[in-house]
Design a protein around this ligand. Structure first.
Ligand code: DGT
Ligand code: CA
Ligand code: CA
Ligand code: ZN
Length: 576
């Protein structure tokens, strides 16, 4: 219905006029009209086309408002609204979106402190300036900070690794309750999506146990900040990290069916349900049914089996071919963390890492890797303390010494560097130096906003250099922060094959670059992938796990990923 749109526009006009200190009667007429139109049961557009006079007959809608409604129906907006917006700080409208802040408060804050955006408002509230304004106190100040946090929380999705850590702790806690039979997290987190809207957790209940006890235990979790719902079968909380968690309690015989249903994706669920329907079966969160008869639901495997399919891992449940592949037994033999033999992207404190080379090497050896590549930044990356050729050659000597130390331990340290790809596609080190490296990623760290043509050429030029083995974080995106560079990915994949250059799946939580979609396309074109943690401390070794999840979402198998190869095979791959 267009009613809501019209109401929103009138509300906003009233708000802006109020902040601008306009005539109170005029402000009131817009706000009132917004309310009247929002509450109208009939669609204004339909009425307008049948009999426009009827709109004029609505109380509170005069000639002026009528012609604005007419404008909105015809053009999607009205002149007054557009004019007001053009001469108004957009940040002030953002401030209006905060819970508990209306135009009066925005006006007060703006006219007294000159604040016209949320960021400044938060700073000012934290510094205790808001409480000095007439009619505002410490309480209002706190409420403002809280609602700014809420706005951030709801506008940004949580990075998967952060949600994963929270969910694992919470599941462990829930399992401590002796009414709980089994507990698992589901949803996008179980599918390992790179960002998570909320965490969905399922509990199966012990025989004759009390679900209320489980719910009471759940909401009493130490990291609970807010309780949104507290019912016998479903409760929701917000954790202090800002992540919302939904908990559902089901019977044991439905646990597998519920786990499947709440793992999603929705598109996958619908496809499974439609497929089952053709065979006379009904699938829902309680089980698989033939008529009224329950035939499966205890485990997910049972559910898949009942609809005639092999088990499909959660990472693949996107309804983009996995069901067809399952039917024809052509599902990928998905890569696992155990397949990984080494890490080819690691920084030390010689550039912007936080541990010395010896420590990085020792920790990688202890973790069971057979090889790592040390890849500190190159000279142009000044902020990252990039290495000059002299410093890099010194590091190579240190690596030689370390390799002697580990000689009989089946562990090798490879010489490398994360070499900047300069704007013209040339590399940050001369070829003689590149030739002395075993393996290294070349990455873009500057001039992100080039045109698609320029950026694609820049990267392909680097790929053509026979010393370049890997392109690091190929699209450069930073989740919740920076868009990928504008690239012709088809051309990049083709060049990767032509010039035998691997593409990195950078496993930093905020990068996860390439994405699952691109990984699958790269694989289809025949390009090879390397999963690198880009770690700056040995504790970041865990990032490899996140990289593996994304690789599995991208249909990758062991052989698609070069750092599953034993060392000799890896090095031989780039010789040919
Ligand atoms: P999120 O939280 O936005 O990252 O994404 P999900 O996938 O976790 O979505 P959420 O939390 O809304 O719901 C969890 C799962 O429940 C979802 O993946 C599939 C299932 N689901 C939710 N709503 C529906 C629905 O209307 N139909 C079906 N078939 N499944 C649904
Ligand atoms: Ca979810
Ligand atoms: Ca949910
Ligand atoms: Zn980098």
């Amino acid at each position: 219905m267009i009613n809501n749109k019209i109401a929103d526009i009138f509300q906003e006009i009233g708000d802006i006029l109020e902040i601008q200190n306009e005539n109170a009667f005029r402000i009131r007429s817009y706000h009132r009209a917004a309310q009247i139109i929002r509450n109208l049961a009939t669609d204004i557009e339909t009425v307008y086309h049948k009999n426009p006079k009827k709109i004029l007959a609505i109380r509170g809608i005069g000639k002026d408002l009528f012609s604005m409604i007419e404008e909105i129906i015809k053009n999607g907006d009205c002149t007054l609204h557009k004019d007001l917006l053009a001469h108004f700080h957009p940040g002030l409208l953002d401030m209006l979106k905060l819970r508990g802040i209306g135009p009066k408060k925005v006006k007060l804050i703006y006219s007294n402190l000159g604040i016209k955006d949320i960021k400044t408002l938060e700073k000012s509230a934290r510094e205790g300036e808001i409480r000095t304004l007439p009619g505002m106190g410490e309480k209002t100040e706190k409420a403002i900070i809280q609602s700014i946090q809420d706005l951030k929380r709801y506008s940004e999705r949580t990075l998967m690794p952060l949600a994963l850590g929270e969910a694992r702790q919470l599941v462990t806690y829930i399992r401590e309750n002796n009414h709980v039979h089994d507990c698992q997290y589901a949803g996008s987190l179980r599918r390992r999506k790179e960002t998570i809207g909320d965490i969905d957790i399922l509990v199966s209940i012990k025989k004759n146990a009390d679900p209320k006890k489980i719910m009471d235990h759940f909401i009493a979790y130490s990291a609970t900040e807010e309780i949104l719902a507290h019912g016998p079968t479903k409760s929701s909380i917000v954790l202090s990290s800002g992540i919302q968690v939904d908990l559902r309690v089901v019977e044991q015989k439905s646990f597998g069916a519920a786990l499947h249903y709440f793992t999603g994706s929705k598109a996958h669920n619908i496809a499974i349900r439609n497929r089952a329907k053709k065979e006379g079966l009904k699938v829902n969160e309680y089980g698989v049914f033939k008529g009224k008869k329950y035939i499966a639901g205890k485990t997910e495997k049972d559910v898949f089996k009942a609809v005639g399919l092999p088990y499909i891992i959660p990472e693949l449940r996107k309804n983009d071919g996995e069901i067809n592949a399952a039917e024809h037994n052509t599902l990928p033999d998905s890569i696992t963390l155990n397949d990984i033999k080494g890490d080819l992207h690691m920084h030390t404190n010689a550039s912007d890492g936080s541990q010395p080379l010896e420590k990085v090497v020792e920790e990688a050896y202890k973790a069971g890797y057979s090889y790592i590549a040390v890849t500190d930044h190159s000279q142009s990356s000044h902020i990252a303390n990039g290495l000059t050729p002299e410093r890099l050659l010194k590091q190579f000597k240190d690596i030689d010494a370390l390799n002697k130390k580990y000689a009989d331990k089946n562990f090798t340290v490879l010489k490398g560097s994360e070499v900047d790809i300069l704007p013209d596609g040339s590399l940050d080190f001369p070829d003689e130096l590149l030739a002395q490296m075993d393996i290294f990623p070349a990455s873009v760290h500057s001039r992100f906003s080039m045109s698609q043509k320029e950026m694609t050429n820049r990267i392909i030029t680097a790929m053509k250099n026979p010393h370049v083995h890997i392109i690091g974080h190929p699209t450069g995106r930073l989740l919740n922060k920076r868009d990928p560079y504008d690239l012709d990915m088809e051309a990049i994949f083709e060049a990767a094959v032509t010039y035998n250059t691997a593409l990195e799946l950078n496993a930093q939580p905020a990068r996860l670059d390439l994405t699952d979609k691109y990984l699958r396309q790269a694989k289809e074109k025949g390009a090879k992938i390397v999963i690198g943690t880009d770690s700056h401390h040995s504790s970041q070794r865990v990032y490899m796990e996140y990289g593996i999840y994304i690789a599995r979402r991208g249909w990758l198998e062991k052989d698609d990923v070069l750092n599953t190869y034993p060392l000799k095979k890896l090095l031989d791959h780039f010789k040919t």
